[in-house]
Design a protein around this ligand. Sequence first.
Ligand SMILES: Cc1cc2nc3c(=O)[nH]c(=O)nc-3n(C[C@H](O)[C@H](O)[C@H](O)COP(=O)(O)O)c2cc1C
Length: 215
Amino acid sequence: MAENKEIQNIRINYKQKSLDVKDVCINPVDQFDKWFNETMKSGILEPTAFILATADKNAKPSARTLLMKGYDGGGFYFYTNYESRKGKELADNNQASMIFFWPELERQIRIEGKVKKVSEEESFAYFKKRPFKSKVGAWASNQSTEIDSRMTIMKKFFKYLIKFHSKDIPLPQYWGGYKLYPDYFEYWQGRENRLHDRICYKHENDDWLIKRLSP
Ligand SMILES: Cc1cc2nc3c(=O)[nH]c(=O)nc-3n(C[C@H](O)[C@H](O)[C@H](O)COP(=O)(O)O)c2cc1C
């Protein structure tokens, strides 16, 4: 086991950049666009990866990593299995939170809001763009259900591989996209001595209020 003393000594003094209310865009999605473009240019491994936190109807939280598949002025898109744990939680409670952490840029973005399913047409348009075997994988996996072995899922995968071989793969009825419609954003820029910059946007009366938070 790693020594706790060693773990406690792991820390980086963030020094690269700063963030002030006067630096940020009036619209929080424009600010996201700015930082996301910088992240894309930085060449990091998974620039679209984010943590999605959901909660069940008893407010018990759960979180997992997903890939963001697009954004526009209205919100952020991701795709998954509607019958997975997150899918069930979102059906019971449509409030969710997203976190992007880009350590190479010493940045974190928190986004909160309500989630809605995208249309079946939109889901299918994205599904069609996935690699053939990823589409087969969506058919093979009842995501988040218990299976007895890897063999079970591989058998299902090959069953669907044969079934759909050289055919257009239909959209599974349990698979598709969600869009998170934000009402809160926070842009975090790491600074020296843990005195980080935190600029948040709250949606109130059809407007975005921009404030600085204590680190
Ligand atoms: C880098 C990364 C990207 C992932 N992207 C997705 C994704 O876009 N959609 C998805 O359903 N699961 C994705 N996963 C798997 C999820 O983290 C999770 O295991 C799965 O969705 C089941 O979560 P749930 O049981 O909470 O519903 C990804 C995992 C990692 C580590």
